[in-house]
Every structure is written in structure tokens, then in C-alpha cells.
Write a protein that binds this ligand. Structure first.
Ligand code: AMP
Ligand code: ZN
Length: 122
């Protein structure tokens, strides 16, 4: 799967993947790109994005389920590399207004590096 050209034109995460916008890279393989969040909400706050542009969780078709697999497998590897697998971490997808989604390129937040509160909706 390549990056969908029409959608990628104005998408800042597509630009980050393509290297035309700077980012602090955390991980990359054939399928995903991961980088440090510009406004971190935890000592470790990484965004894991598929190289193939999809707007949102809701837009992943059943035949594209492998995208989720690729994001979660990357999260495993990054948590290991950053040595937070043992202490614990949180994985979050925001979708839509109530979840305050701001970027419409599917991304998985990986948060960790310090004790978090029990509430996920604060
Ligand atoms: P969401 O609210 O789930 O759409 O999350 C979007 C995330 O992207 C936020 O946590 C932002 O801080 C982050 N973000 C926005 N622009 C950039 C950027 N240029 N580099 C890194 N992270 C960014
Ligand atoms: Zn995009």
C-alpha cells in the first residue's frame, strides 16, 4: 500500500512521513512511521501512523485490518526500545469531536514513562 496522493496533499502527517515536515523520528518500518508528539502529554508520547493515508479509525475497511496489526506491533517494538514495556503504557486512538481528534490521518498514541491516572477521560 502506498500513500494515497490526493489525501496526502494537505495532510501534515503525510508530510512528516514524506520528510517534507520535520519530526523527531522514533521508529520506522515498511508500513508505519512513528515520531514524538510535539505537545507531549507524558514523558513518552509517540504517534504511530500508517504510511498509507486513512483519515480515521472509522475509515479502515475490513480488508485493511492489517493496518491495525501493523500499528500495534510497532507499539510493542517501540515500548521495548524505549524501555517502558515493563513499567506500562497506554495506547489511544481518538476518533471524532468528543475525543478531540485534531489530525485526520489515523494515528495511535503511545503514552508512558510515568504513572498515569486511572481516568482515561479527564
Ligand atoms: P489527535 O488529537 O488524536 O488528533 O492527536 C493529534 C496529535 O498530533 C496531538 O497530540 C498533537 O500534539 C500532535 N501533533 C500535531 N502536529 C504535530 C507535529 N507537527 N509533530 C508532532 N506531533 C504533532
Ligand atoms: Zn495523511
Amino acid at each position: 500500500m502506498g500513500i494515497v496522493p490526493n489525501k496526502s496533499k494537505e495532510c501534515i502527517f503525510c508530510k512528516i512521513i514524506q520528510g517534507t515536515l520535520p519530526s523527531r523520528k522514533a521508529f520506522e518500518n515498511e508500513h508505519v512511521f512513528a515520531f514524538w508528539d510535539i505537545a507531549p502529554q507524558a514523558p513518552v508520547h509517540i504517534l504511530i501512523v500508517p504510511k498509507h493515508h486513512v483519515d480515521d479509525v472509522l475509515d479502515v475497511r475490513p480488508d485493511q485490518g492489517i493496518l491495525f496489526q501493523q500499528l500495534f506491533l510497532a507499539a510493542q517494538q517501540i515500548a521495548g526500545q524505549l524501555e517502558i514495556a515493563g513499567s506500562g503504557f497506554r495506547l489511544v486512538f481518538n476518533s471524532g469531536d468528543h475525543a478531540c481528534q485534531t489530525i485526520h490521518h489515523l494515528h495511535l498514541h503511545l503514552l508512558g514513562g510515568a504513572q498515569m491516572g486511572g481516568s482515561m477521560v479527564g
